[in-house]
Ligand binder design. Structure first.
Ligand code: SF4
Length: 326
């Protein structure tokens, strides 16, 4: 009799017969064990500025080794990396085999202070991400997840000790949006955000504003209030500009006014660090002291022009600025 196994990594809870793949296209039942086929087979390895993740409060101006594995447990109609996120390992790899220690060796050779698990969904390649994070942490290199945070509490709890920071893509504050546009649900993401915070992971949040789908002032207010009440008002929030792509080619790019208005809503709600991305808006990329207003980090695109933060504090009024600064 063929035994079906339930994958316990994410809230989808796929029941997998031998050889069958989960909704993420990378986890499968092999000889009675659920494994990720992406283990040691990344489909992308690049050097990026950490600002590109985006992470604005973590080692500003530093390079980060970015590693991607195939697959994702969401199916966002706006995905800009759908050619690797919506494919299984067999359709994306081609590079050399990289065990966790090899990834750490590359990071050391490049002299980077951190590694990002990014571009697709690192949590569906859970065992590989976990082993890389553990090996990297043991070598004194920081780990960063760029994730949609669609993961169950137990695997998340086990991973958190090896993760320093995460940028979580909070795609909307509407369960309908998650169901219809992403093929997922909102509540597990909110739960995972609280789990990461409790697990000591430094969080930044990105919200891509898509015209007519998730860009109402009301929804933005709800999202900001949730962050303040459940995480804290010092969590950096990035509003990002949408460009037509993948299955949403018919929608226009996000108007500049929408992004700037969302930023205003977030500040009015009480968030202290709010940014806009994918937009030529110098002020929207800068970090200011929430107490005295002093310009602390000036950015242009992914470049840090100046960083005045001194030992994690504003050099003027000495207000501590949340983040990982060294
Ligand atoms: S991680 Fe993949 S296989 Fe596991 S439950 Fe989620 S979608 Fe299904």
């Amino acid at each position: 009799m063929k035994t079906t196994l339930k994958c316990t990594i994410c809230p989808k809870g796929c029941e997998l017969a031998p050889g069958e793949f989960g909704d993420c296209r990378v986890r499968t039942n092999i000889d009675g064990t659920i494994c990720c086929t992406t283990y040691a087979h990344p489909c992308g390895l690049n050097m990026d500025p950490i600002e590109k993740k985006p992470l604005f409060h973590v080692l500003p101006g530093s390079p980060i080794l970015s590693i991607a594995t195939a697959g994702c447990n969401l199916h966002c109609k706006q995905c800009q990396n759908h050619s690797i996120s919506q494919k299984g390992e067999a359709y994306t790899s081609g590079g050399s085999k990289l065990l966790p220690n090899d990834v750490v060796a590359i990071a050391k050779e490049k002299g980077v202070p951190s590694i990002a698990y990014t571009y697709t969904e690192p949590l569906v390649s859970y065992e590989y991400t976990y082993d890389c994070c553990k090996a990297s942490a043991e070598a004194g290199i920081k780990n960063v997840l760029v994730t949609a945070a669609y993961i169950n509490p137990d695997p998340l709890r086990a991973l958190c000790p090896y993760v320093d920071a995460a940028n979580v893509d909070l795609k909307s504050f509407s369960d309908d949006f998650y169901r219809n546009i992403c093929g997922a649900r909102l509540q597990p993401v909110l739960h995972a955000l609280k789990g990461m915070k409790a697990g000591g992971v430094f969080l930044e949040i990105t919200n891509l504003l898509i015209p007519t789908l998730n860009d109402s002032a009301e929804e933005t207010k709800q999202l900001c209030n949730w962050v303040i009440e459940n995480l804290d008002n010092e969590t950096p929030l990035h509003f990002s500009r949408f460009f037509p792509q993948h299955q949403l080619q018919h929608l226009p790019p996000t108007p500049e006014e929408t992004l700037l208005y969302a930023r205003e809503i977030a500040f009015n709600a009480g968030l202290k660090f709010v940014y806009v991305g994918n937009l030529q808006s110098r002020e929207g990329e800068n970090t200011r002291c929430p107490t005295c207003g002093k310009l602390l980090i000036e950015r242009r695109g992914y470049r840090v022009v100046q960083n005045r933060i001194d030992l994690g504090k504003c050099p003027g009024c000495k207000t501590p600025i949340p983040g990982i600064w060294d």
